[in-house]
Design a protein around this ligand. Structure first.
Ligand code: HEM
Length: 445
């Protein structure tokens, strides 16, 4: 990433994403939504979108604004769109959540908030997709292909979501109602499996080889991984819509999707193991060690899914399955990488301009890994314990697990803020030769 320009608003995206994560954790601790309410209840929809859009999608967009230009070695198509997109996404999510609260009777009837939220979200995601898509399109090789597939899945997710929002407000006609009645798994798979998982896979290939000094993953291998994943998502969207149109039920389509999805996860495991084996940096940094716990959670999610299907318990236990995928695999990876990205960008922003003119610290001098490790361990153990409480149907124990997850995340965020403030850098090299301390929430370029 050296030599790349710093995305001005990536830190603002991360801060907003973490604020939504804290809101979601507070709801889980307070017992709002699943497992205290049905999976499809309005309260659960609030929780699902605070996590799926507020935390994961906003964090991913922030990371991509920094990262896609590095992947393709070209500047971002338009740096100016990042802030308006963040404003639109935030306003859209607030409105969508207002609509869900009104749907559940927690707010006076105002279902128009749902389509309004959908329009704002489609506009916000639209800016992100066009900006990143036009940038990645310039050199669509390797990890950039995963990002393009992820962005295409995001379009499908937002389109399904918008139809649902209009249908719930009674504005979508009979076709919209048919999609709402049967199409929710398609929206969820396109969002979690397509947009978030394919993008996280692509970004992780590059970050892993960069931070572990390993050769890039073989292009043919990663193409197979992406091919299986893209087939799964293509089948979800095209096959799913066709099946709903023919009123033939989704079970055949979803079985095919599961096979391709599992194949893609297994091939990804093979690729990642290859990157680890070929690494030149033998000593693993904290973010890498923690990323391995996230990969283990992805493998555990796949095994859990297989076990539930074999025992005919998938529909009854979709909650713990989705929880482990969202908090063990996706959120764990985002937290581990965020810890490293913040340190790296802060270092680049502060010391890049004075490099060669004064002695500067190393990136690792900005973090205190010994102290941070325990917060990550608390987080992951709490997520795994939370999954177990959901599997055995102990919602009160789940609240305790959510509290422990919150302790872990508070600890991690405190470490990230200390990194941004250069609080762990020894004073002689903290601000050498006229270096300026960074702003907490945005880059000063
Ligand atoms: C434009 C953006 C989006 C809009 C307008 C939207 C809207 C909706 C609506 C209206 C529903 C409820 C359908 C119903 O059960 O009545 C829904 C369900 C769902 N959405 Fe979204 N959504 C959006 C983006 C996302 C994203 C990015 C994700 C995840 C990555 C996501 C994950 C889900 C899931 C998992 C459900 C099913 C939840 C459950 O049944 O508890 N959505 N969405």
């Amino acid at each position: 990433m050296i030599g790349a320009s710093i995305s001005r608003w990536t830190m603002s995206y991360f801060a907003m994403a973490l604020a939504w994560l804290f809101l979601a954790l507070s709801l889980m601790m307070a017992g709002v939504g699943y497992p205290f309410a049905e999976v499809a209840s309005p309260d659960t929809l609030v929780l699902v979108h605070a996590v799926g859009i507020g935390w994961l999608s906003i964090a991913m967009c922030g990371a991509l604004f920094q990262f896609v230009p590095v992947l393709v070695a070209k500047p971002l198509f338009s740096e100016k769109w990042a802030l308006p997109a963040l404003v639109l996404l935030t306003a859209g999510l607030v409105s969508l959540i207002g609509g869900f609260l009104s749907l559940g009777g927690r707010l006076p009837p105002s279902l128009w908030l749902l389509p309004l939220g959908a329009i704002l979200l489609v506009a916000g995601f639209g800016l992100v997709v066009v900006d990143l898509g036009l940038t990645a399109w310039l050199r669509p090789a390797g990890p950039a292909r995963f990002v393009l597939a992820g962005l295409a899945s995001l379009c499908a997710t937002a389109a399904f979501g918008a139809v649902f929002a209009f249908a719930l407000a009674g504005w979508a006609g009979s076709a919209g109602n048919a999609l709402l009645a049967a199409g929710i798994p398609l929206h969820a798979i396109a969002g979690l499996g397509g947009w978030l998982t394919l993008t996280a896979m692509g970004v992780s290939y590059r970050l892993l080889s960069m931070f572990m000094l390993s050769p890039d993953v073989d292009e043919r291998q990663s193409r197979m991984t992406l091919g299986a994943g893209a087939l799964a998502i293509g089948m979800t969207v095209a096959g799913g819509i066709l099946a709903i149109g023919l009123a033939s039920g989704l079970s055949v389509v979803l079985s095919i999707v599961a096979v391709f999805g599992l194949a893609s996860a297994a091939l990804y495991g093979r690729d990642i193991a290859g990157i680890f084996r070929a690494r030149k940096r033998r000593q693993l940094e904290l973010n890498m060690r923690m990323a391995t716990l996230s990969f283990a959670s992805l493998a555990a999610t796949a095994l859990l899914g297989i076990a539930l299907v074999v025992t005919d318990g998938f529909a009854a236990h979709i909650g713990p399955f989705a929880f482990l995928a969202v908090f063990g695999w996706l959120s764990g990876l985002v937290l581990a990488k965020l810890y490293k990205i913040v340190a790296f960008l802060t270092w680049l922003e502060t010391y890049g301009p004075v490099m060669g003119r004064a002695p500067t610290p190393r990136v690792q001098d900005l973090v205190a890994e010994g102290r941070a490790t325990k917060w990550f361990v608390i987080y992951y153990v709490a997520v795994w314990a939370g999954t177990l409480t959901l599997l055995v149907g102990e919602p009160y124990a789940f609240r305790m697990a959510a509290a422990a997850m919150t302790v872990g995340v508070v600890g991690i965020v405190r470490e990230v803020i200390r990194t941004r403030r250069l609080a762990d850098v020894a004073s002689p090299v903290r601000l050498p030769g006229g270096a300026i301390a960074p702003h907490l929430l945005f880059a000063r370029n």
